[in-house]
Design a protein around this ligand. Structure first.
Ligand SMILES: CC(C)(COP(=O)(O)OP(=O)(O)OC[C@H]1O[C@@H](n2cnc3c(N)ncnc32)[C@H](O)[C@@H]1OP(=O)(O)O)[C@@H](O)C(=O)NCCC(=O)NCCS
Length: 140
């Protein structure tokens, strides 16, 4: 499809991303956009997937959330978002990418491994999350 694009999101995406990214409030969406911490996949101008990241120790990018629109899954969009993020992070001087998912979510774990990540340990977060969160890393 010629009108497909994966790129870093900009301030003009604030409204659309606030509707899609229900885990954080719109003010934090705008803060992440200003910091360049979103990538989006577009088709015909519409966002069909996004990746939000932050920095651990300011040196290691951590993928907080990736989400592809349900009807567009398993067509390479998530992998293209990760590839664009990886390229940008390498250019920014990063040497290791981090991501994670809950231990009871086998699908995302298969997907992380397929994208070159390997398991690196797990954590629980007290009363907030008793199901272990499995962390994955990828040297770049
Ligand atoms: C996980 C997610 C981002 C993957 O994006 P995607 O665009 O669908 O994935 P891709 O097309 O790049 O990769 C597809 C491949 O990944 C693997 N994969 C993806 N989703 C999978 C699932 N639910 N179960 C098992 N394998 C899966 C398969 O190997 C698949 O290849 P196949 O279709 O030929 O079998 C997407 O499914 C999603 O948005 N899920 C809901 C949100 C979520 O779980 N986010 C991750 C939280 S850590």
């Amino acid at each position: 499809m010629a009108d497909r694009l994966v790129e870093r999101a900009g301030p003009a995406d604030a409204e659309a991303l606030s509707a899609l990214d229900r885990h954080i409030d719109p003010a934090w969406v705008r803060r992440c956009l200003a910091a360049g911490e979103y990538f989006v996949a577009r088709e015909a101008g519409e966002i069909v997937g996004f990746l939000r990241f932050t920095w651990f120790w300011r040196t290691m990018p951590y993928m907080e959330l990736i989400q592809v629109r349900e009807d567009r899954r398993r067509d390479g969009i998530g992998s293209r978002l990760v590839a664009a993020w990886e390229t940008a992070m390498r250019a920014a001087g990063a040497e290791l990418l981090i991501t994670s998912s809950m231990s009871d979510e086998p699908g995302p774990q298969v997907w992380h491994r397929r994208n070159g990540f390997s398991e690196s340990g797990e954590l629980t977060f007290g009363r907030l999350q008793q199901t272990p969160e499995v962390f994955f890393v990828k040297p770049i």
